[in-house]
Structures are given as structure tokens and as C-alpha cells.
Design a protein around this ligand. Structure first.
Ligand SMILES: [Fe+2]
Ligand SMILES: [Fe+2]
Length: 432
């Protein structure tokens, strides 16, 4: 049997593109370039437009600058802002089961709701996000259950999310203040937040800045500049540290709060605000840890994909070794496999966990996930080739795959390895 195809021989001969963290250890790619690109996946899980974390990061760093924060602290805050939603996928399945409805839509809209106040706003939120589409009596029953357990369940959901987020930051190798900041993101100035009900100075300063920044970003994108600053003032002293709100208002007044937040520019501006003195390069070990951490985020979305990314990685490594690929290419294939389903973070658990055949519309949503994989990974310098391969994992030789409908001559050996590894792991797993 000829295992060494011309394609394999090419792979072994070929020198990869220089400075590619996808392939080579001596990368000159910055950590911030990788983390900011991957933060787009976290945005999708939270129902936010891609770039939410990056824009929140820009706003937060401006507030920190206005407060006179030192460089070392700014470096930690910078990564805490980019990774604030690292735990976002860990409560998706639970939230979907509590609401019996689309959890991404619920996550998206809760950010525009003052859920701490019982009133028309929170009632309207419940009516439009709980058991939508279920028969009337089932809906009423679910609404009553949700209302009765609202506080305990909300606290638990935040707890799961913030603990997982903090543990991911630690796993990547960020210092403890970054992990703590992510852990306390949802605490409120007046003690009404979760998970620990911390108040005032008990809440880490980073978390206070992050909570204010993300709210400013959400209202800016959905309602505009004036409503964004209005909501910050309205919640000052309840949700937010009044001193930080004053700093944001002062920046706003001088025209320095919102500049450079446009869709395409935001990532460039966010990369520029990372303190120069403490910029980190992504060495081989870091790229490895980040890939593993994001595989964990991807797999935490649904209990049915538990360990899928690692399973595909193991299979891809096995096949690559069997085909006698070089160790450098085996590493490359493992990374592509760990990240191949990152676009799946855009798919609601109503679809991922549906115990029946999917409708056409639902299939259309599923078929977009490799597109999002490409859109997220292509932003990382040096990941151009890896993003192309990862995005092709549902293509088929006869052109019937998705989402680019490639034919056999457009599918490289690496793409074929990844596709087989993906199908192998999916068939071996228990799924609906
Ligand atoms: Fe997939
Ligand atoms: Fe997959």
C-alpha cells in the first residue's frame, strides 16, 4: 500500500511560511494578535457581533488610562478584557435547558436588560425568552418555574461561567489577577451581582472596569453613544463604581471614549493599546496552551461534544503519523483539529442538542459553522493556511459538502485528514 502520496511528499519537503505560529516555534506573532482574534468566537457564544470583546477592551483600557493605572496592571487588565467571556460556553447547555429556548438570543438580550429590577423590563424579557414556541400551558409552567428559581439559577449560571473562565485564563498561563478579574466580572458595586455578592472595593478593580466597559459597548452598538453613557450614569452606584463612570463620562466629553470602534478598525486599535513595554510573543508553548484552552471552550458548549476537539486531534495525529508526515506537520494538524469547530460556538444549543431531525433553517445555521471557523482563525497572522484547512472539515470529494462546496481537486491532503478524523470522532461519540 502506498501511504506516501505525492501530496504527503510535498508536505514533508515543503518549508512552511516563516513566522507562522500554526507551524513554527520561532514565531514573531504577538499573544494579543492570537487572543484578540479568538475573542471573536467568545462574542458569538454571547450573541454579540464579532468584535465585542475587542471593542470592550479598547473602552476599558481608555478608562484605565484615565484612572492613571500603571503599565504592569494595564497589561493584566488588557488580557482580562479580551478573555472576559472565556467561560461563556460552559453554561450554554444549562441555560438552554432552564429556558427551553434559544440561549444565544437570551444571552444577547439580557445585556440590554436591567434584570436586577423587578418590573416591566424584566417581565418582558422573561415573556420573550422563556419556552418560546412551546404550547401555552407548557410555557406558563416553564415561566413559573423560571421565576421561582430565578435568583438561585442566575447565581449558579454565573458561577459556572466565571469559574470556568478563570480556570481557562490560568490554564493559558495568565497571572492570578487576570483570572480573578474574569471570576468577578458579574459583581455589582452595590453587592447585587453574582456569584459572591461582593460590593464596593471587595470587587477587583479590573472586574469593575470590565463590567462597565462591556455594558458601554453593548449599548453603544445597539442604541448609540448617548444611550450608552446614559445607562452608565443610571446604573452608577448600583452596578458600577461611580468613580469609573465619572472617568468614562469625562473621556466621552472630550471625544476620547468612542473613537476607533468601527467594525474593521477595532482590532487594529485594540492591538495598538496593549502596553508596549510588556508585549508578549506567542512562543510554541503558548500557542499550544491557547489551542488547548479554546478546544475546551468549544467542547464545553454541549454535553454531546464533550472532548470532541481533542478526539479529532488524536485521530488527526494518528492518521498524520500513519502517513509519515513530519513532526512539524503533525503538530500543525493537531492545532487545526483542536480549533476546527470554533465556529460551532455560533450555533444555539436548541440546534446542537435537538433530539430530532433538524429543519432546513436549522441545517442552514449548522452549515455556517465552518464559515465562522474561517472568519475567526483567518485573523491570526500566520494562521492563513490553518484556517483554510480547518474550514474545510465538512467538504466532500464529490462536492456535496459545505460550506464552499469544494471538489476533490480543491481538497488537500491535510483537509482530507481532518475530515476523516472529524467523522471518525463523531461516529465514535454518543450524539442526538
Ligand atoms: Fe464541524
Ligand atoms: Fe467537528
Amino acid at each position: 500500500m502506498h501511504l506516501l502520496t505525492p501530496n504527503t511528499a510535498r508536505l514533508q519537503r515543503e518549508n512552511a511560511a516563516p513566522d507562522s505560529p500554526g507551524r513554527r516555534p520561532e514565531s514573531t506573532v504577538r499573544m494579543s494578535e492570537i487572543i484578540s482574534a479568538l475573542s471573536y468566537a467568545l462574542d458569538l457564544t454571547e450573541g454579540r457581533p464579532m468584535g465585542h470583546s475587542v471593542r470592550s477592551c479598547l473602552i476599558g483600557m481608555r478608562i484605565a488610562g484615565e484612572m492613571g493605572m500603571g503599565i504592569a496592571e494595564q497589561r493584566d487588565l488588557y488580557y482580562a478584557l479580551l478573555l472576559k467571556d472565556a467561560g461563556c460556553s460552559s453554561n450554554s447547555s444549562k441555560l438552554f435547558h432552564i429556558l427551553s429556548a434559544d440561549e444565544i438570543r437570551a444571552k444577547r438580550d439580557v445585556k440590554l436588560t436591567d434584570w436586577t429590577r423587578v418590573g416591566w423590563e424584566s417581565l418582558q424579557y422573561a415573556l420573550t425568552h422563556v419556552a418560546t414556541g412551546a404550547p401555552f400551558l407548557n410555557r406558563v409552567r416553564t415561566l413559573v418555574q423560571v421565576a421561582a428559581k430565578q435568583q438561585t439559577e442566575s447565581c449558579l449560571l454565573v458561577k459556572i461561567r466565571c469559574e470556568r473562565g478563570a480556570s481557562i485564563a490560568r490554564r493559558i498561563g495568565f497571572p492570578e489577577p487576570v483570572a480573578q478579574a474574569i471570576h468577578s466580572l458579574d459583581e455589582h458595586w452595590n453587592g447585587g451581582g453574582y456569584p459572591d455578592g461582593l460590593r464596593h472595593g471587595e470587587i477587583p478593580l479590573f472586574s469593575r472596569i470590565m463590567n462597565l466597559s462591556q455594558t458601554l459597548e453593548v449599548f453603544l452598538v445597539n442604541r448609540g453613544q448617548q444611550p450608552a453613557i446614559d445607562v452608565a450614569r443610571k446604573r452608577s452606584g448600583r452596578w458600577f463604581d461611580p468613580e469609573l463612570v465619572r472617568a468614562a463620562a469625562s473621556l466621552e466629553k472630550r471625544g476620547q471614549l468612542w473613537s476607533g470602534l468601527d467594525q474593521e478598525q477595532a482590532i487594529e486599535h485594540a492591538l495598538a493599546v496593549e502596553p508596549k513595554e510588556s508585549r508578549m510573543l506567542a512562543n510554541e508553548e503558548m500557542v499550544e496552551r491557547i489551542s488547548q484552552a479554546f478546544a475546551e471552550i468549544i467542547d464545553a458548549k454541549s454535553p454531546f461534544t464533550f472532548r470532541h476537539s481533542n478526539g479529532v486531534a488524536d485521530a488527526a495525529v494518528g492518521i498524520s503519523r500513519q502517513l509519515a508526515l513530519s513532526e512539524e506537520n503533525v503538530t500543525f494538524m493537531r492545532r487545526a483539529a483542536l480549533l476546527h469547530d470554533i465556529g460551532k460556538l455560533s450555533v444555539s444549543n436548541t440546534i446542537l442538542e435537538k433530539p430530532a431531525a433538524l429543519s432546513k433553517d436549522e441545517w442552514d445555521v449548522v452549515k455556517l459553522h465552518p464559515y465562522y471557523t474561517f472568519e475567526i482563525l483567518r485573523r491570526i497572522p500566520g494562521f492563513e493556511e490553518l484556517s483554510d484547512i480547518a474550514a474545510a472539515h465538512h467538504e466532500k470529494l464529490d462536492g456535496s459538502g459545505y460550506y464552499r462546496h469544494r471538489s476533490a481537486d480543491q481538497l488537500s491532503l491535510e483537509m482530507r485528514i481532518l475530515t476523516v478524523a472529524d467523522i471518525f470522532d463523531a461516529l465514535a461519540a454518543k450524539r442526538p
